[in-house]
Design a protein. Structure first.
Length: 74
């Protein structure tokens, strides 16, 4: 997998976030895989060998969590 550097992270989320409620970059989440607490602005994007891009936990590639594994913190 290859990391993709995203210059406008909010625009990327608006266009590629796989769920209905698109988070703001200032929202705080927790990764259900590695328990890391982070601001959404810290997310990473990785491209696989066929070119598909995935929004990942900031702990990637050590953590394999993706946006589906993010928990909203109250």
């Amino acid at each position: 997998m290859e990391e993709v550097i995203i210059k406008d992270k909010q625009k990327y989320l608006n266009e590629h976030y796989p769920f209905a409620h698109i988070p703001k970059l200032t929202d705080i989440k927790s990764c259900n895989i590695c328990d890391r607490v982070f601001a959404v602005s810290e997310y990473k994007v990785f491209k696989d060998i066929v070119g598909d891009e995935t929004i990942c936990c900031p702990g990637a590639p050590d953590c394999y969590g993706t946006a589906i594994d993010w928990i909203v913190l109250e």
